[in-house]
Design a protein around this ligand. Structure first.
Ligand code: FAD
Ligand code: UDP
Length: 384
């Protein structure tokens, strides 16, 4: 009999497996329906020997010292600050929009306070910032919104920014200084030997058994366990009884080129032209030296693997119904990007699972059996 059956070997499930095994001495079975660990952060060396991310570019960044210290138990780091350019009006300019972006785009030479005035003169102030359109128009006005955000967002989500929660485009700030970095978090680094190695170190413990190619729906009744931690899509767990929660998926198209570098930064965004949203060149992220280079194009689509929960009121409403149902089940916990239907970055998922671990320990101490308590934890969004 396992103490915990954990569904999903991504960050959400693996952090809990590690904590329960190491700190609480629990016997854990960690299953994943895929043929690998690491969830969407899984990376591997392709046929050319270049380290690539199977499910799109993953750049680690956090303001949480706890999360960084915790992950540092399982990996060394390579300092890396991500830079992104956007292809706009035939030029490649920095995104987030900043002093350099404005000067390059408009052929100006404004200083920081002049850029602030320039953007203020373009911005259309909104009393209530409700949608992803409001966020950007309020900060930089319609013209820059249309150049950088409208088309990209429509491609990425299949929705107009006016149909999405403000939180989506609010991930990308506006700056008036010359900081070209995509993120400003205190800790910005990539696992030195990749994510998969980090996961191997995290979950190799005598108390953790791992079963890959194992779908929970097929084994749920045959694996004896006392408690369940579920990090797959919550609507799937409940057999879609309140309807299907919408997710956005992506086709990743990989290419390896006979040249040392393809572009000048890690990622180039294509807000308007092209069917794909962005191209990422892995060697910038990993620091790998290689005479060839591998890149990935991202083509968003509606169907396929559930990669992105879609933050908008009607979806959140449906999720809440599932959450209420989840709260009635004792000894079953939901966590992670799919388990709690939240557009979380890796660090937020790690923080969420570390909090859930504390809560589980607290519940065990109380030896709670009959009185179910809320099984879903939510954390503050720590994005820019
Ligand atoms: P997942 O990694 O999705 O793991 C869930 C696991 O559960 C999967 O492996 C799945 O196979 C398994 N599973 C589901 N159902 C079942 C079942 N029935 N039976 C068995 N197993 C099941 N975050 C960042 O911080 N920085 C980035 O740069 C970044 N870039 C991203 C780019 C893309 C294209 C995407 C899609 C995400 C990105 N993220 C990034 C977010 C990051 O991937 C997530 O925050 C994190 O991986 C979520 O971990 P998780 O364990 O909750 O989910
Ligand atoms: N976005 C945009 N243009 C850009 C970059 C981002 O419109 O050049 C919007 C888009 O809606 C995107 C969201 O901002 O989905 C969040 O961007 P982020 O880079 O954080 O997306 P992720 O890396 O999670 O796919």
């Amino acid at each position: 009999m396992f103490d915990y059956l954990i569904v999903g070997a991504g960050f959400a499930g693996s952090v809990l497996a590690e904590r329960l095994a190491t700190i609480a001495n629990k016997k854990v079975l960690l299953i994943d329906k895929r043929n690998h660990i690491g969830g969407n952060t899984f990376d591997f060396y392709n046929d050319y020997g270049i380290l690539v991310h199977k499910y799109g570019p993953h750049i680690f960044h956090t303001n949480s010292r706890d999360v960084f210290d915790y992950l540092s138990l399982f990996t060394e780091w390579r300092q890396y600050e991500h830079h992104v350019l956007a292809s706009v009006d035939g030029q490649l300019v920095p995104i987030p929009i900043n002093q350099n972006t404005v000067n390059t785009l408009y052929g100006l030479n404004l200083n920081s306070s002049e850029v602030a005035d320039f953007l203020k003169s373009k911005a259309e102030k909104k009393d209530h910032i409700r949608t992803s359109e409001d966020v950007v128009i309020n900060a930089v006005g319609k013209e820059l919104y249309e150049k950088f955000f409208k088309g990209y967002t429509k491609k990425q989500w299949g929705l107009d920014p006016s149909e999405l929660d403000a939180s989506v485009t609010a991930r990308v700030p506006t700056r008036t200084n010359r900081d070209n970095r995509y993120f400003t978090d205190i800790y910005q680094a990539m696992p030195l030997h990749g994510y998969t190695r980090l996961f191997e170190n995290m979950i190799s413990h005598p108390n953790i058994k791992i079963m890959l190619n194992t779908d929970y729906t097929e084994v749920q009744n045959i694996i004896p366990h006392k408690s369940l931690i579920y990090t797959g899509p919550i609507d799937c767990y409940f057999n879609y009884c309140y309807g299907k929660l919408p997710y956005r998926s992506i086709d990743f198209k990989f290419e390896t080129l006979e040249q040392e570098f393809f572009q000048s930064v890690g990622t180039v965004n294509y807000p308007i032209t092209q069917a794909y949203t962005r191209i990422t060149e892995f060697k910038y992220l990993t620091g790998q030296k290689h005479p060839k280079t591998s890149i990935v194009y991202e083509y968003p689509k509606a169907d396929g693997d559930p990669y992105y929960p879609i933050p908008r009121a009607e979806n959140n409403k449906m999720y809440k119904k599932y959450q209420l149902l989840a709260d009635t089940l004792p000894n079953i916990y939901f966590t992670g990007r799919l388990g709690t239907y939240k557009y979380y970055n890796m660090d937020q998922v790690v923080a969420q699972s570390l909090s859930l671990f504390k809560k589980i320990m607290h519940n065990e101490l109380k030896n709670e059996t009959s009185e179910p308590t809320s099984s879903i934890l939510e954390i503050e969004n720590s994005n820019d």
